[in-house]
Design a protein around this ligand. Structure first.
Ligand code: T3P
Length: 121
């Protein structure tokens, strides 16, 4: 089973945005910068979950099932926006493409709280 360096607060900073922030037509570019993932290098892929903390935490318990190597998959779908770096360079300024859809989320939990986002399905 993998261990993750990140903690719950880091997970919230990187992956929690509920309700989806109203930041105009460049959601990913703005949010990736605002949440500290656009420096010193542009993070390649990052998802924001538009669901309540309570609903996301629930995936660590009855709201999810064991999945793969120490992960949990949600029983319900969440509204998720995934930001993908466009272009080959990881150097700022970071330009992202965004994709929003309803997906099952796969996360890692520690102490009953999410600490890592693995994927959306
Ligand atoms: P972190 O462990 O900081 O949550 O998989 C490597 C990183 O990419 C990991 O970061 C999670 C993130 N990621 C997403 O946020 N959404 C995705 O759909 C995928 C595939 C990865």
């Amino acid at each position: 089973v993998e261990t993750y360096a990140a903690d719950y607060n880091t997970f919230l900073r990187q992956h929690y945005d509920n309700p989806k922030s109203n930041v105009g037509n460049r959601y990913c570019n703005t949010m990736m910068q605002r949440r500290g993932m656009a420096r010193p290098q542009c993070k390649a892929v990052n998802s924001f979950i538009h669901g309540s903390k309570k609903q996301i935490i629930a995936v660590c318990g009855k709201g999810g099932k064991p999945y793969g190597n120490g992960l949990r998959r949600s029983n319900k779908q969440f509204s998720v926006t995934t930001c993908k770096l466009s272009g080959g360079s990881p150097r700022p300024p970071c330009n992202y493409r965004e994709n929003r859809s309803n997906r099952f989320i796969v996360i890692a939990c520690r102490g009953g709280k999410p600490v890592h986002f693995d994927e959306g399905q």
